[in-house]
Design a protein around this ligand. Structure first.
Ligand code: NAD
Ligand code: ZN
Length: 359
């Protein structure tokens, strides 16, 4: 048995219309009108007036739109923290409204308001010294599980690695399926597949256990319903995907990701391909590891007429591929989960390179 003693989110509001309750939810955390709340909102909403009216902004609060073209970097987090700290002091809380990127920005800045120096110092497991400030997450796209996970993934000068500790977990989440309806189809699929792949990977490896399987099987079943059966316009679809993302994230927390995520990290670190898309590019080639699940994936791509690039490897230099292989092979915990403690007997640089060459 692996031993884990994990912290979950403290409070979770779920249901259509629950976003309208955000003001009420955060009110007790306001410091008698003296403090301020810092809102991080995905740039997609910058010109969405109806959405803006729903934001429970009060006089002292600040709103910062986050560009997510690039996944969050340690530099972005340090800059945000330094700027707000210098001008306005420590906020009463941070509220991230957006996808995995914005949720990670909220999680990471919450920690960096109370921990000194650059966030690069804290990339890794249990390196953070002090709990962060009150942090709320409101997902507007579902699949990453960032809303429940213990990690805030950041790209730094040296590594793409999470700040991972129990204080990274959000204090409050608000899951409102209405918010994810506007996500464009391809993006809906890429991020949704992150959840599907979390389930497949967490349950096909050595770290799996009854706890992770309970969440994983249920989330996998819901992903199959959403992507293989339902029409996206069916209201059940967004409602299920939002819960599947949450449960897929929990499944992962009690287990580990595997081969697809290791390869995907290489694609993101070296070529800056976004997490969901990178996962799709990698998973598509992993029939030798994930069997029928890859067949299901191909069926779903076909059903929803999803576009993602193929034959990428023909444009990659040998150095680029080798660089990705190095990123991937160093993710030992993932290989350990996927193939067991003797993973080095079944995996070497050549096998990893062969997977990249197929993409
Ligand atoms: P994202 O946050 O990068 O957003 C993807 C795109 O969707 C963006 O263009 C965004 O503007 C758009 N978008 C978001 N909400 C929308 C809406 N309601 N309508 C229209 N467009 C909308 O996407 P993601 O896939 O959720 O997150 C990926 C990020 O999450 C990566 O940075 C990855 O490293 C991180 N991640 C974190 C964890 C974790 O546990 N912390 C797990 C997996 C991935
Ligand atoms: Zn993932």
């Amino acid at each position: 048995m692996i031993f884990r003693n994990l912290k979950g989110v403290e409070k979770c509001a779920y249901g259509r219309g629950s976003f309208a309750k955000l003001g009420e939810i955060i009110a007790p955390k306001r410091q008698d009108g003296k403090g301020y709340m810092l809102f991080f909102v995905d740039e997609y909403f910058i010109d969405k007036e109806e959405f803006k009216q729903q934001l429970p902004l009060e006089a002292n609060d600040h709103l910062e739109y986050i560009q997510v073209e690039e996944e969050p970097t340690t530099q972005l987090i340090d800059d945000l923290r330094d700027r707000y700290l210098e001008k306005y002091g420590v906020p009463a809380g941070v509220i991230g409204i957006g996808g995995g990127s914005v949720l990670d920005v909220a999680k990471a800045t919450s920690l960096m308001f109370t921990n000194e120096g650059s966030s690069t110092r804290y990339q890794g497991l249990n390196l953070v010294k002090r709990p962060g400030i009150y942090a709320v997450g409101v997902p507007t796209i579902s699949g990453t599980g960032a809303e429940v996970s213990m990690t805030a993934v950041l790209t730094g000068p040296e590594k793409k690695l999470g700040l991972k500790c129990e204080w990274t977990v959000l204090n409050q989440i608000v899951l409102d399926p209405d918010l994810i309806a506007s996500v464009p189809n391809d993006q809906w699929f890429y991020t949704g597949m992150d959840c599907f792949i979390h389930c497949v990977e967490s349950m096909s490896g050595h770290m799996k256990n009854t706890f992770s399987e309970a969440y994983g099987y249920k989330a996998l079943e819901m992903c199959q319903e959403v992507f293989m059966k339902l029409d996206r316009k069916d209201p059940k679809s967004d409602e299920m995907l939002m819960v599947a993302s949450y449960m897929g994230g929990l499944s992962l927390t009690y287990s580990e990701v595997g081969v697809c995520h290791a390869l995907s990290y290489g694609l993101s670190k070296v070529l800056h391909i976004h997490h969901g898309l990178a996962n799709c590019i990698a998973f598509n080639q992993l029939e030798d590891v994930y069997g029928n699940h890859v067949g299901d994936f191909k069926f779903m791509v076909e059903k929803h007429k999803i576009h993602f690039p193929l034959n990428l490897a023909s444009q990659w230099s040998d150095e680029t591929i080798d660089e990705m292989v190095e990123v991937a092979i160093n993710l030992e915990h993932m290989w350990n989960h996927a193939f067991g403690p003797d993973w080095q007997t079944v995996l070497d640089r050549k096998r990893i390179k062969d997977w990249y060459l197929r993409m």
